[in-house]
Design a protein around this ligand. Structure first.
Ligand code: ADQ
Length: 478
């Protein structure tokens, strides 16, 4: 394990890559599965890496610990900071502002103060843990001030920042009372990564107009002779891992079991999301309900399975969207379902990866309709699991994934009639058509997996300030 000042690679993210196991189940920690962790694990191991993050509760202040061979450095948050920094500024201000103002962002000065305080705490931890000339990779919208704060403390470091959500156009970003501080915070990094080229361009333009720095293409020239690169690095998934899982007998059996339990419908539509107002869950369920009401689909042989993971449950807008979804499901099923045949099967829960893979294998039409989404990994997971080259993906134009998965049935989720028609087209497509589209999408997802994503970002980071900082050692065995 790396003690203070020992880590050559430091990941700084809002959450640690582990979840606490309840005392009743034996206590301790279990890894929270995710592509980011599995992609970064090998390179963290090869570089005496450390991961800095919040453990997810406000209990005692924890000392650094090692879990699954990874050195984890907890950052403590008080209950008030969870309310103001996390639920408040991160999820009540930045999240809606960065997602096209799908919900109204709330601007509160105390939330901002808490955001500054917590960002400073993360930066101080990173400054303490990083070895001389180390590489530090900061993640996401909760920590946008960390790059600058860290650079002030440790000018020797090579600092990267990656934004997992969209970076909005100037017209929206400029609403933010603290817009300049956020831009300057990000400019502390050597490389600022975005999901899409559009996000990088929005950032560059704002830096030129609002902060007044010179820019050229994807570069920002700072007065202290530093340059910052802002570019797109579209994230992906562990495609091989998902495919392997999907090919297993257990998942195959479970997929058949799921279809059987649903009465072997001839068309199974599936939605899987965090329960979030950006994901367009209402739009797709409305469209599906109308198709049943219109007689285009029949509950005797079509069903919509919607799995929604509980998320940010104390934030007001999330409480409201949950109520709205539950009312809609109740109404559609009450009006259109028959005994033993609901139109929509709605599950407010989170599932292990095996169950997700089985659902993907079971679904004829995967419906991904966010109003705005940085990438959307569910769309890529579906494609990775369909090694049979079958299954239809209906995908919102406003998901980052639509940039790469051009062969999906692309749709504008604001256009309910268009969405209805697309659901029908996808569900009535020929096997030949589905195969043609799925093959092309599979090629994209397999060739651009999460390992390639992490490697390309770290490679870019190693190129900047070449004379400066020490190079990372490659992951063993790769
Ligand atoms: P999210 O908004 O969380 O991520 P997404 O990219 O779809 O959205 O990732 C969700 C992950 O959670 C997927 O891996 C999915 O399998 C899993 N998941 C969803 N519902 C689940 C359930 N019921 N049970 C178990 N697992 C479930 C943010 C951005 C995205 C961006 C990612 C990564 O909003 O745009 O793609 O980060 O950068």
């Amino acid at each position: 394990m790396s003690a203070s000042g020992q880590a050559d690679l430091v990941i700084v993210a809002n959450r640690l890559p582990v979840d606490r196991v309840p005392e009743a189940e034996g206590g301790g920690w279990r890894p929270s599965p995710g592509g980011l962790v599995s992609a970064l694990e090998p390179v963290l191991r090869a570089n005496d890496g450390a991961w800095i993050g919040w453990p997810g509760d406000t209990e005692e202040e924890l000392e650094p610990f090692v879990e699954n061979d990874m050195s984890l450095v907890p950052v403590h948050l008080t209950a008030q900071e969870v309310e103001e920094f996390y639920e408040g500024f991160s999820n009540g201000t930045l999240w809606p502002l960065y997602h096209d103002v799908v919900a109204k962002p709330r601007f509160h000065r105390e939330w901002w103060d808490s955001y500054v305080t917590v960002n400073r705490r993360f930066a101080a931890k990173a400054a303490d843990v990083a070895a001389k000339d180390a590489t530090v990779w900061v993640h996401d919208y909760q920590l946008q001030l960390v790059p600058q704060m860290l650079r002030e403390l440790r000018p020797d470091l090579r600092i990267g920042f990656y934004l997992h959500i969209p970076f909005p156009p100037g017209e929206l970003f400029q609403q933010l009372p603290w817009r300049r501080q956020i831009l300057e915070g990000l400019l502390g990094a050597d490389v600022v990564g975005f999901q899409l080229p559009g996000g990088a361009q929005n950032f560059i333009r704002l830096v030129r107009q609002r902060v007044g720095h010179k820019t050229h293409r994807d570069l920002v020239y700072l007065p202290d002779d530093r340059t910052v690169r802002a570019a797109a690095y579209p994230i992906s998934i562990d495609a091989a891992g998902y495919e392997k899982l999907a090919r297993s007998d257990a998942v195959d059996e479970r997929a058949a079991e799921i279809r059987e339990a649903l009465g072997n419908p001839s068309k199974l539509f599936l939605g899987v999301d965090r329960l979030d107002y950006t994901k367009g869950i209402i739009a797709r369920l409305r469209a599906f309900g109308e198709l049943v009401a219109d007689g285009e689909l029949d509950v005797e042989d079509a069903i919509f399975v919607q799995v929604a993971t509980p998320s940010r449950e104390r934030v007001e807008q999330y409480i409201l969207i949950r109520e709205e979804i539950e009312q809609l499901v109740g109404r559609v099923n009450g009006d259109l379902g028959r005994i033993g045949r609901p139109a929509i099967s709605y599950l407010h829960t989170s599932y292990p990866r095996e169950e997700m893979a089985a659902l993907y294998r079971a679904a004829d039409v995967m419906v991904v309709t966010p109003y705005r989404d940085g990438m959307n990994l569910v769309a890529k997971e579906y494609v990775a699991c369909r090694y049979d080259d079958d299954g239809a993906l209906v995908l919102s134009e406003f998901a980052g994934a639509a940039n790469e998965l051009r062969q999906a049935w692309l749709v504008n989720p604001y256009d309910i009639n268009g969405l209805k028609q697309t659901l029908l087209d996808a569900s009535r497509s020929t096997a030949k058509e589905r195969t043609r589209r799925m093959r092309a999408m599979r090629k994209t997802v397999v060739e651009n997996d999460v390992n390639a994503w992490a490697a390309s970002f770290l490679e870019e980071l190693s190129q900047v300030r070449e004379s400066h900082g020490k190079p990372l050692r490659p992951a063993r065995g790769s």
